[in-house]
Structure formats: C-alpha cells, structure tokens
Ligand binder design. Structure first.
Ligand code: ZN
Length: 132
C-alpha cells in the first residue's frame, strides 16, 4: 500500500525536511526490516537526502541549482516553469532508505528533503514500505 504525505511549501524554491513525516509512516507500518521507497508525483519537484545539521547546505544547493538552471533562459516550454522541470530531472523524484529495527537507517547527518522548484504549492509525497 502507498501512503501519501501531504505538505505545503512556502516559497518558489525550498528544501523542506520531511524526515520526521517519513519516519511516522515507517512507525505506523510496524515493519521491523525492509525498504522505504519515497516517490514524488510531480514534474516540478524532487526529493533528495543530504545534510540536515547545517541549513547553509540546503541554501548552497538551492543557489547552485539557480545559478546553473536559471528561472529565465531561452526555454521552449510555454508555461514559464521550464527551469523547475529541469531541476526536478537533475535531482530526481525517488529515493529509498533501508529500515532496520523499525527505523530508517539514515546516516548521522542525513535528512530526507522535499525539493520545491515551482512553489508555493500543496504537494504530495508517496511512501511505500516493503518488508524483508
Ligand atoms: Zn511546466
């Protein structure tokens, strides 16, 4: 079964830490060992796993993406959000994390981040837990 996490983003571009929300889904599933799949059903958003201790890492990622994939350039897509589509493809729309003893097996400094590239919007994150 797929669980949906609903989130509200607050700005055009942001990385939002959803680790605790994903952990809630894992806890509710009562699975001891397995895999947690995280899938983003959007074309202008993404998901990544990176440092959650120093927020400047998230700002650096956003700034790098904006410098290399600017909002305005000679894009063909008429909707005006071509850069968001490209950023979504670069970062990717799925990740997986192992579950061990009922908990996400993340590194000490890792968090799961929803990446908004065309907000603010109401967004969904799909989570599927597969037991070993
Ligand atoms: Zn578009």
């Amino acid at each position: 079964m797929v669980k949906t996490i609903s989130i509200q983003t607050k700005s055009r571009m942001e990385l939002q830490d959803i680790t605790a929300r994903v952990e809630d889904v894992v806890r509710a599933a009562k699975v001891k060992n397995g895999i947690c799949h995280i899938f983003i059903p959007h074309t202008t958003a993404a998901v990544t796993i990176n440092e959650n201790a120093d927020p400047s890492v998230q700002r650096d990622i956003v700034n790098w993406l904006n410098e290399n994939v600017p909002f305005d350039a000679d894009y063909g897509h008429s909707e005006g959000n071509a850069s968001a589509h490209i950023k979504s493809t670069i970062v990717g729309i799925d990740r997986e994390v192992f579950i061990e003893e009922g908990r996400l097996k993340l590194g000490a400094w890792q968090g799961i981040f929803f990446c908004e590239f065309d907000g603010p919007r109401r967004r969904n994150v799909y989570v599927k837990i597969v037991e070993d």
